[in-house]
Design a protein around this ligand. Structure first.
Ligand SMILES: Cc1cc2nc3c(=O)[nH]c(=O)nc-3n(C[C@H](O)[C@H](O)[C@H](O)COP(=O)(O)OP(=O)(O)OC[C@H]3O[C@@H](n4cnc5c(N)ncnc54)[C@H](O)[C@@H]3O)c2cc1C
Length: 409
């Protein structure tokens, strides 16, 4: 049977895939997004608790910023920017030696003052996070405070991460909230972009394999889905983690696949806990940066106060503790017990593990993709932030379909 034919198929329904489909749709190219999960959003994952009056906790990303220019350029014409909701400004605390303490307690001020000038004069190019920030903030500051803080941002050891991929400087839109979420959490963003752009999304549709269409008069690709069905398309965008991209690209673009297979992936066990407000005594906080605890970081839901509930997401390196031990570790850090929790949920996140030398890897990948109808996007190009994903999707759109989009660097 001839597979159903589409103009453009995007594999992966995270923000990279949804933004790629948005750009194509805006350029008049009908796009179908195939997502293996039962929901779209990927790491933009908001856990909704129906039994707690719809209270939600971010299981993945929690903040967008007014420096996310490409994202804002998508939200604005779709009428979504007015939904941006301010996050209350709160401080993170350290979790060290089994106790919460202030960030300043770990700061070596004299060393910071001595080192800081180097931060503004040295280049990030080719340096690892440990090299760049160790020089610019001081070795002891890096070891005791900033290393753990960066680890908590990227949910993995930060030392070998490329400095260029962490905190890329981007211009701010002063008329937009500095740090924002959405009324239903950040997962609302990919969902609303898909709905308002008129993108067709099919969930529960994992792609198992891709081959080149046999008809050379009609170039394109045939996709084999997890349910055994097949779909054809003229243009294809991969917006999946690097290990999946390497596997899918192997038969079509072995050179690109070889470069991608060098990029690792880390898995994160994320634990969500909701408590009645009066069951907790710890003061409101943004979250915890773990220096030596079993978790990497914790992010609270205090940024958007709820009259009845408080919520936390604790992120652990995958498979290091069982469910009960994770719950106990989180409750200890919150001065409470598992019995006080109104809801507990476990989920898993995946993030790329970028390493020094990533820039050369990407150059090799982009060279091998030149002239190809296949676009490859994700959080493993410019960096892991939501804006980095959207920016890569935009670049891949322009490479293949031309620059019909409003100008932005
Ligand atoms: C705990 C955590 C906190 C974070 N906090 C922030 C933050 O505050 N701000 C920020 O900017 N960024 C943050 N990030 C990073 C950011 O959320 C992610 O990097 C970004 O959302 C990734 O989007 P993506 O589309 O590239 O990948 P993903 O979100 O991983 O999406 C890939 C999608 O592809 C699907 N898929 C995989 N294989 C297949 C297949 N074979 N067929 C079909 N579909 C497939 C997956 O199911 C998934 O939905 C955070 C990340 C984590 C994990």
């Amino acid at each position: 049977m001839t597979p159903q034919q589409h103009s453009h198929i995007v594999i992966g329904g995270g923000i990279s895939g949804i933004s790629a489909a948005h750009y194509a749709t805006r350029a008049g190219i009908d796009s179908l997004v195939l997502e293996q999960d039962t929901r779209i959003g990927g790491c933009m994952q908001t856990a909704m608790f129906d039994t707690l009056d719809g209270f939600w906790i971010e299981a993945g990303s929690h903040s967008c910023f007014n420096s996310y220019g490409n994202l804002i350029d998508i939200l604005e014409p779709l009428g979504l920017l007015p939904l941006a909701t301010a996050k209350a400004k709160q401080s993170y605390a350290l979790w060290r030696g089994g106790k919460r303490s202030s960030i300043f307690s770990a700061l070596h001020l004299a060393e910071l003052l001595r080192s800081l000038p180097r931060l503004f004069t040295q280049s990030k190019a080719g340096a690892s996070v440990a090299e760049y920030y160790g020089r610019g903030l001081g070795r002891r500051n890096y070891q005791d405070l900033f290393g753990p803080a960066f680890r908590s941002v990227i949910c993995q050891r930060a030392d070998d991460f490329p400095a260029e991929a962490l905190f890329r400087k981007k211009p701010r839109r002063k008329d937009v909230l500095r740090s924002f979420t959405m009324p239903e959490g950040l997962q609302q963003i990919p969902r609303a972009i898909a709905e308002r752009s008129g993108i067709e999304v099919r969930t529960g549709q994992g792609v198992e394999a891709i081959e080149t269409a046999p008809d050379s008069a009609q170039p394109g690709y045939i996709l084999r889905l997890s349910d055994g069905s097949r779909l054809g398309c003229r243009h294809l965008t991969l917006a999946v983690p690097p290990d999946v991209a390497a596997r899918l690209l192997q038969p079509l673009a072995p050179e690109a696949a070889a470069v991608i297979s060098d990029i690792g992936v880390v898995e994160i066990d994320s634990l969500l806990l909701a408590f009645p407000k009066d069951a907790l005594t710890i003061p409101e906080l943004a979250g915890l940066i773990s220096v030596d605890g079993p978790f990497l970081s914790a992010v609270s839901r205090d940024f958007l106060a709820d009259p009845r509930w408080r919520g936390f997401a604790f992120h652990f390196p995958a498979d290091t503790l069982d469910d009960a031990a994770r719950v106990q570790a989180a409750c200890t850090a919150l001065d409470t017990t598992p019995e006080q929790a109104a809801a507990i949920r476990h989920t898993r996140n995946r993030l790329p593990s970028l390493r020094k030398g990533h820039g050369q890897r990407l150059q090799a990948l982009d060279t091998s993709l030149q002239g190809s109808r296949i676009g490859v996007t994700g959080n493993w190009f410019l960096g892991v932030s939501i804006e980095d994903c959207v920016t890569r999707s935009r670049q891949e759109h322009v490479r293949r379909f031309g620059d019909d989009l409003p100008r932005r660097q």
